[in-house]
Design a protein around this ligand. Structure first.
Ligand SMILES: Cc1cc2nc3c(=O)[nH]c(=O)nc-3n(C[C@H](O)[C@H](O)[C@H](O)COP(=O)(O)O)c2cc1C
Length: 185
C-alpha cells in the first residue's frame, strides 16, 4: 500500500491464543504504539488477506500447545508468507520452555527455531516470551499432562497455583525495538 506520511501508520496485531495469555502480551505491545499509530488487534481466525494489505506493519504473536503453534496459525503464515515478508512483519512466540534462561532467546528457543524451519519465514524482528502455567484453568487431562511435564522439567507442580513467567521488561524492550524498526520504513 502507498503510505502518505501525514497519515497515521496502521499496525495490525494478529494473535493466536488458547488461554488468553498471548492476547494479553499482544495488548501490551500494541499499547506501546497507541500514541503514534492506529492499532488493530485481531485473532488469526478473523484475519483476512485484505486486513494485511490495509496495514503498514504487522505483528504476529502465537502460543505453543503440546509442542506446536496452532495449525490455523501455521496455515495462515504459509498462505500469506509473501505479503508478510514484503511488509517486514514481526513475530513472537509464547511458551513455557522460554522460562528457562538457556531457551529464552529466538536462537535458543526450540519452538521459534521449528517455526522458522516449518514456515520458511525468518522474520527480521522476532522474539520469544515465557507464558503462564495456570493449573486451575485446565481440564483434568491437560492439568495432569502439564503437571507431569513440569515435574520432568523442574517446573511448578502445585495444581492449585497460577505461575506467570513472563518477563514484562522483555516485552517492553521488544516493543521499543519494533518501534525503532518500523519508524525506519
Ligand atoms: C495443554 C497445554 C499444553 C502446553 N504445551 C506446551 C509445550 O509443549 N511446550 C511449552 O513450552 N509450553 C506449553 N504450554 C504452555 C503454554 O505455551 C503457556 O501456557 C502459554 O502461556 C499459553 O498461551 P495462551 O494462553 O496464549 O494460549 C502448554 C500449555 C497448556 C495448557
Amino acid at each position: 500500500m502507498s503510505y502518505n506520511s501525514s497519515e497515521m501508520k496502521k499496525i495490525l496485531f494478529i494473535f493466536s491464543t488458547t488461554d488468553g495469555h498471548t492476547h494479553k502480551i499482544t495488548q501490551s505491545v500494541a499499547a506501546g504504539f497507541a500514541d503514534e499509530c492506529d492499532t488493530t488487534l485481531k485473532k488469526v481466525d478473523d484475519t483476512t488477506v485484505e486486513d494485511l494489505n490495509l496495514h503498514h506493519h504487522i505483528v504476529i504473536g502465537a502460543s505453543i500447545r503440546y509442542g506446536n503453534h496452532q495449525p490455523k496459525l501455521m496455515r495462515f503464515i504459509k498462505d500469506n508468507r509473501d505479503v508478510l515478508v514484503s511488509k517486514n512483519a514481526a513475530f513472537f512466540s509464547v511458551n513455557a520452555v522460554a522460562r528457562k534462561t538457556e531457551k529464552n532467546r529466538p536462537n535458543t528457543n526450540p519452538y521459534v527455531q521449528k517455526f522458522i524451519k516449518k514456515t520458511g519465514w525468518s522474520p527480521k524482528e522476532v522474539d520469544v516470551f515465557a507464558g503462564v502455567i495456570d493449573y486451575p484453568k485446565y481440564h483434568f487431562i491437560d492439568k495432569h499432562m502439564i503437571k507431569f511435564i513440569m515435574w520432568i522439567t523442574g517446573g511448578p507442580t502445585d495444581t492449585n497455583g497460577t505461575f506467570e513467567f513472563t518477563d514484562w521488561q522483555r516485552v517492553k524492550e521488544f516493543t521499543k525495538k519494533l518501534k525503532a524498526s518500523f519508524s525506519k520504513e
